[in-house]
Design a protein around this ligand. Structure first.
Ligand code: EZ4
Ligand code: CO
Length: 402
């Protein structure tokens, strides 16, 4: 089954998405998400200028060989741009395989290991009261697991505080938004937020929290310890994971479960974290870590160390990625939880999909392949708009991790 054409579709139905569409000689096509928030066109160029010409004439059924061909063949291995491009090809080929065998992707991955996929959404507010209300709204919408972020007294803005209920979108058109940070203010405040949430909502709902790479290891250890009474489902990205060994220190001090991986692109970025059991959840996503083929390797390594998956699923990961993720989540043995933020109505119209959300859980649906399509005519009505993720400075002006 020869690949006869492939094209890169860039559109902005509320936010930018890069989608690869791979066409085969018998008319079956597959889709893959290639969106890298704030650097979308770099992946689009990597695909259309360098990868698409290599795909024409290849056998679409040879997923593993194509993965190795693009990875080893590039010589310049790994990195977010390369791995997002390979991920898009990989997902598109899995989609084609599913469609050509008339089976939903999860059936090709070993079948369902569970009946449904547990997801969590982001509740946020400018202060504690607003965050309490947002968590209540999510509970009402059926969510059993909720990430809570709140503005911090004394700081003009904080990571993770959304725009209206149920939508969270950090990227902004034309120039990066500026935000300010104080680890001291954050560390003093954050236990009061979770004390209040537990008091309000009791022990049952899973509560999650994202530190977004902002603390030093010893600060992260202190926060993890201070949150222990509120038994979080996880504390995410407490310190940058570039230096995987830093998590040894955090781990020595706290039993708060840790989740890392949304910026990891390959198994080598999280190998120490997994093999030393320094984390509890690995958050690598289909789109940013080499597709289904490579994500399986990461999850399989994680399984033997009792690390579970908790894939990134913010709104900058397109419905094509969400669909693929849900098939993966349903089938992989060591699944933990899936992040899920609702896309806008415009995005959902561009990407009609079979997956469904109900009562805090999701299912990828039974359509062959990934079960997500693209309406190209509609997509063409939303041209690309340059947008950037925020930058973050400490109160004295020093650049910090966002
Ligand atoms: O900042 O997806 O856990 N979720 C997150 C996200 C990321 C964005 C980056 O593009 O941290 O909101
Ligand atoms: Co995060």
């Amino acid at each position: 089954m020869k690949i006869v054409d492939a094209k890169v579709i860039v559109c902005c139905p509320g936010r930018n998405f890069v989608t690869l569409k791979v066409m085969t000689e018998d008319g079956v096509y597959g889709l893959g998400d290639a969106t890298l928030n704030g650097r979308e066109l770099a992946v689009a160029s990597y695909l259309s200028d360098h990868v698409v010409p290599l795909l024409i004439g290849r056998d679409a059924r040879r997923i593993e060989d194509t993965w190795q061909y693009l990875y080893k063949g590039a010589y310049w291995q790994r990195g977010p741009v390369t791995m997002s491009a390979i991920a898009a090809v990989d997902a598109a080929l899995w989609d084609i395989k599913g469609k050509s065998l008339n089976a939903p992707l999860y059936q090709l991955l070993g079948g369902a290991s569970r009946e449904t996929v547990l997801v969590y959404g982001h509740a946020s507010g400018v202060g504690i009261e607003e965050t309490v209300q947002a968590v209540a709204q999510y509970q009402k919408a059926g969510y059993k697991a909720i990430r809570a972020q709140s503005g911090i007294p004394g700081l003009p803005s904080t990571y993770g505080v959304g725009r209206g209920s149920f939508y969270y979108e950090p990227a902004e058109k034309n120039a990066p938004p500026q935000s300010r940070w104080s680890s001291e203010a954050y560390m003093n405040f954050i236990p009061t937020l979770f004390a209040r949430l537990r008091k309000e909502f009791g022990p049952e709902p899973h509560l999650l929290h994202d530190v977004h790479h902002r603390l030093t290891p010893i600060e992260a250890a202190r926060v993890g310890k201070s949150l222990e009474p509120y038994h979080l489902f996880w504390m995410e990205d407490p310190t940058p994971a570039e230096l995987q060994e830093s998590f040894r220190l955090i781990r020595r001090h706290t039993t708060t479960p840790l989740a890392v991986g949304e910026v990891c692109n390959s198994i080598f970025d999280c190998q120490t974290l997994i093999q030393e059991q320094l984390i509890d959840y690995i958050r690598t996503a289909v789109v940013h870590s080499g597709g289904i083929t490579h994500l399986r390797r990461i999850a399989n390594l994680a399984e033997i160390y009792q690390v579970r998956t908790g894939s990134h699923g913010a709104t900058d990961l397109s419905p094509v990625c969400m669909g693929a993720a849900l098939h993966f989540d349903l089938s992989v043995h060591n699944f933990g939880i899936q992040e899920y933020m609702k896309h806008t109505d415009e995005t959902n119209a561009v990407f009609p999909h079979a997956y469904q959300f109900e009562h805090g859980i999701m299912h990828p649906g039974e359509k062959p392949g990934i079960g997500v399509d693209i309406n190209e005519e509609l997509a063409a009505k939303y041209p690309y708009q340059r947008a950037y993720l925020p930058v973050n400075r400490r109160l004295d002006g020093t650049m910090h991790n966002w």
